[in-house]
Design a protein around this ligand. Sequence first.
Ligand code: HEC
Length: 439
Amino acid sequence: MNCCHRTRSSLGENCWCKFLRLGCLWLLLAPAVFGDFQGSTHLVELETDALKYSKEASTGPMAQLIRKIESGTVRLEWHAKWGWLPAFQKALGVDPSSQTLVFSKTSLQREHIHPGNPRAIFFSDDVYLGYIPGSPLVEVSEVDPRLGAVFYAVEQKPTEKPVIQRIDNCLECHASSRTMGVPGHLFRSVETDRQGIMDLSTGIEPVDHRTPLSDRWGGWYVTGTHGAAQHRGNRMGDDFVQAKTTPALGGNKTRLDEYFDPSKYPSAGSDIAALMVLGHQVHLHNFITRVHYMAVQHLAAYGHVDYLKSPVEGLVKQLFMAEEVSLEDPVRGNPEFVRVFEKVGPRDHTGRSLRQLDLQTRLFKYPCSFLIHSEAFRRLPDPLKQKIYRRMAEVLSGADASEAFRRWSADDRVAVREILTETLVDLPPDWKSLTRPSR
Ligand code: HEC
């Protein structure tokens, strides 16, 4: 049976569905925790007249690269140690310093993942790469502005051209209440035994900027320092019991050699700052996709998006980091990750950018997500985007008196307003007057 979705861009004829049969039992057993839409994170309709996930070609960075490989304009080189990984990192602009490592057996190629052989995840603003030493596939997810997450497997074989396939069956796990009901990305915190098998009795936490540090990163390795604050990374088996009396257990690690051989990976650690950005980004990507699907459906059904007040409110809160949990102590990770992440623009005329990291009391220096400059946000249907901009203006002008934004300082409002005014090209013409402080 041909169970995999094949596209014209497919470079190979293999079917990897056997991996998908491994099942998503953990997904079924775990309780739904996202409350952003009052619990309504039901799966959106993926095949409508307005948008057909399985039929529509992706325009994301991986889809574009595949077209270039097929036409011969790009040639990728096989690497003797890491196979196709370095070539895809380079071609997709995914820096090795974004490396994070997960050892829980929570994903597709679970038989290859364990604490001695964790899965590495690398990411840019719109592509994620999954690599496990010795496994037959590099996994790729990309953000398509219309479809949301789109998934591919690259066969780890030294062929003339890489064998790549778009696989929609990945949605078995990647489209559920865990991804806000849309084709999306996953980042969770779980407790595991010493083999990396998840303990289903202890609960699963989504990991994003709203998650207290003490609940983050179970099942993941974490390198970097974080003072007296604690997290669940670098713990397995009875570590979780011991941590009750030794709370610092697993914390403030700068090396991981005691767990596995780091030379199997292109980077040395599983960087704490990269993990923080990854969690925020995964959540925002899913949120933007969810709102996009809803807007497309509402425009098709009613010709307007006036009923989407609560999703707009939710997205503005997430973009403005309204529910972010403050850091107890400063966080310090790999300076290379920070350097690479911060060097990309856009900047205002004084050099300020939304990619500047704070890591003292919060993730970003200015409390607005850099993903407002992403292609996914830019391509939200215009009537919806205009509503988002108007709601943002109320917050930035100080006219909004709601609890969610109360902790913003006047300086935060001014800085975000000025940066956005100079770096967003499609703001409403009256944006400047709308965002002027209302007193
Ligand atoms: C059994 C459930 C499951 C299936 C099936 C699955 N994944 Fe995932 N995937 C996960 C989980 C859980 C994570 C979060 C990281 C982790 O726990 O390893 C994840 C994370 C990822 C990531 C990192 C960023 C993101 O998008 O979340 C990529 C890339 C990825 N998966 C690719 C794929 C591809 C490609 C397929 C299909 C060929 C696939 N996955 C199928 C569970 C699954």
